[in-house]
Design a protein around this ligand. Structure first.
Ligand code: ADP
Ligand code: MG
Length: 359
């Protein structure tokens, strides 16, 4: 099978009828190990977290399975058995042999290491954007991050975006500010600025969410980029840290959280670092970001905070509204942001890199 061409099965293991077998050296008996033959095909080295992950491939009913797993998943009995959840035929009986197999496999097949990162934005002096070629491979830590990563993409040209998304807002400075803040977010690291919250508040149906979609459309598809579901500090910390330099955009922030939670979120984001968290795969690392958080809500977010420190990091845009706009205007704008997105942000990063720094 071409996916695993060039990889050898290490003795005393061997393949028989597409099954993994082992030759017992003592009595020369062939022992059945596993219905499938797993191949370790790639090695990913996360330089920031100092942890190693492997790509595991196997075949079942003519289908190729591929999983990226932490090194520990190939090294301990419990973790090897847990791979059964991914469809691998590992179990209590063969786990010990599979650990031996993986170890010998890695010894026999020298894998090329590729460098991985678990977040976007800055890694040293490199800027990581899924559409900019680099030596790094982005491995999102979890579902929420995968969703963001998938949303960062392009549709339509730079000109399409300017004409259909930006130009309709030219007469509304309160709308233009958060859009500029969305661009500026990726420059915060460059100028070593602390994170800032841009909060859009105003009555219902005043166009706050529509403008937020435009902010998101700078970088990707708004319906995937924006979230209103993040209710915990941990979730916000994770996404902010994954986005790193890209803006965090959450809708209806101040309706979704109670006062105390909101205060903590403002403080947490303004700090730019999360707590050190051990994750399931045993990796460590401090989460951090230098970016802009764009929030919306009916009330000014500052009404929810009494802490001077965090208040200093909020730019409130209050009484948000559009003047003399028809329903068609909003319909069109809401359609256009889902058609034209991402190209402008990509171009912005490229030009910034050409003018000021090597990306
Ligand atoms: N997908 C859409 N298609 C058409 N009109 C929309 C869409 N989303 C919102 N609108 C309209 O745009 C206006 C502003 O809505 P919205 O941006 O959601 O305001 P807010 O977030 O301030 O409540 C409202 O009149 C709303 O009915
Ligand atoms: Mg809204």
């Amino acid at each position: 099978m071409k996916e695993v061409e060039g990889f050898g099965i290490p003795s005393p293991f061997f393949m028989k009828d597409n099954k993994l077998m082992r030759l017992n050296e003592k009595d020369n008996e062939e022992e059945f190990i596993s219905r499938q033959i797993p191949y370790v095909t790639k090695c990913f080295d996360d330089i920031e977290k100092n942890n190693v992950q492997y790509e595991l491939k196997w075949f079942n009913d003519g289908k190729v399975y591929s999983e990226v797993v932490p090194a520990i998943a190939l090294a301990t009995k419990r973790e090897v058995i847990a791979l059964a959840n991914k469809g691998l035929s590992s179990n209590d009986r063969n786990a010990r042999h599979l650990i031996e197999y993986f170890d010998l496999f890695l010894e026999k097949n020298k894998l090329k290491r590729s460098v991985v990162v678990s977040h976007l934005g800055y890694v040293g002096n490199h800027f990581i954007h899924p559409l900019i070629e680099s030596k790094f491979r982005i491995v999102p830590p979890d579902e929420g991050e995968i969703q963001r990563l998938k949303a960062i993409k392009c549709s339509g040209t730079v000109e399409d975006w300017i004409t259909n998304v930006l130009e309709p807002l030219y007469d509304n400075p309160k709308a233009l500010f958060p859009i500029m803040a969305s661009f500026a977010s990726v420059l915060f690291k460059e100028f070593d600025l602390s994170p800032i919250i841009v909060d859009i508040s105003g009555i219902s149906s005043s166009g706050k969410t529509t403008v937020q979609k435009v902010c998101a459309s700078v970088w990707g598809k708004p319906s995937g980029y924006i979230s209103s579901m993040l209710t915990t500090k941990v979730a916000i910390e994770r996404i902010a840290s994954f986005l790193n330099a890209f803006p965090l955009i959450l809708d209806d922030t101040n309706t979704a959280h109670d006062k105390k939670a909101l205060q903590q979120i403002i403080y947490l984001f303004g700090n730019g670092t999360g707590k050190m968290r051990g994750s399931l795969d045993g990796s460590r690392g401090t989460s951090s970001w230098q970016s802009v958080f764009i929030t919306t809500g009916e009330n000014n977010i500052l009404e929810y905070t009494n802490s001077q420190g965090s208040a200093a990091r909020v730019i409130p845009i209050t009484n948000f509204k559009f003047i003399n706009k028809t329903a068609d205007y909003f319909t069109l704008l809401n359609q256009n942001v889902e058609l034209y997105y991402g190209s402008i942000g990509l171009e912005f990063i490229k030009r910034w890199g050409e003018s000021f720094r090597a990306i």
